[in-house]
Design a binder for this molecule. Structure first.
Ligand SMILES: [Ca+2]
Length: 241
């Protein structure tokens, strides 16, 4: 009478080793790649994301273009975060500008830049989102020197809404491997001037797959089946010799 073990041995004999390997390979190929947060900073915050005090130099955003700007210069947290009761207020960012008073003249256009690193991440999978506002006008967002794929990348000519309200944006294309440059440009029609980038988030897939725990467990089951079958085959062969 055939036992369960005999049946398993028959199964082991009937399975080709390469077929099992193929099954395990398919499981590995089907593994999802874990999304990784991109390290980003809102305007006017510290290295741990804490809003800075008035007059502080922004450690992450720089002034890279504008009247009198030939090399990257500091951007400052403006003294008055809510002038005339107009600027929208945030808890995770601060308004910044060319000087702490927001009073530089001429008023632009000035470009402020955040540098971030996608080393180890696949740029084709990167996405970025946030909200922004400017005082006053002609706002535009660029990524690596060009208009990226996305939404909400420009603000219309002078409008109180540019600084009264948050404006959402997304970027879904235009990323490159390694260092990337995110630029916000705005012109101040009359003092003060300001830029606020808030709720900035981004994700991308790792270049080398980091399997989800569930997939690792699935692969483990596949390998366990493989090892069991091979063991049974070996035992059966020894018993028959
Ligand atoms: Ca203004």
């Amino acid at each position: 009478m055939r036992t369960t073990r005999d049946v398993l041995v028959c199964v082991a004999r009937s399975w080709k080793f390469t077929r099992v390997l193929s099954a395990v390979a398919l499981i590995a190929m089907a593994m999802p790649v874990r999304a990784v947060d991109i390290l980003l900073f809102n305007t006017g915050v510290s290295s741990i994301g804490t809003p800075l005090t008035a007059g502080a130099i922004d450690p992450h955003w720089q002034l890279v273009a504008g009247p009198g700007v030939s090399t990257p210069m500091p951007a400052f947290v403006v003294n008055n975060q809510h002038p005339f009761g107009n600027y929208f207020e945030t808890t995770d960012s601060r308004w910044i500008w060319v000087n702490a008073g927001g009073t530089v003249s001429p008023g632009g256009p000035y470009t402020f830049r955040l540098q971030f690193d996608l080393t180890g991440l696949d740029p084709s999978t990167a996405t970025l989102a946030g909200s922004w506002g400017i005082d006053d006008t002609n706002g535009r967002i660029e990524l690596n020197g060009a208009t990226p794929t996305g939404t909400g990348l420009a603000l219309v000519p002078t409008s109180f809404d540019n600084f009264n309200l948050l404006h959402a944006f997304t970027i879904t294309g235009g990323f490159v491997a390694g260092i990337n440059y995110l630029d916000f440009t705005a012109t101040d029609v009359s003092n003060p001037g300001g830029l606020n980038v808030t709720a900035l988030t981004g994700v991308a897939s790792a270049v080398s797959a980091i399997p989800e725990p569930s997939s690792v467990a699935l692969l483990g089951v596949g390998l366990a089946v493989l090892l069991t079958l091979r063991s049974l085959k070996r035992t059966s062969a020894n018993g028959n010799s």
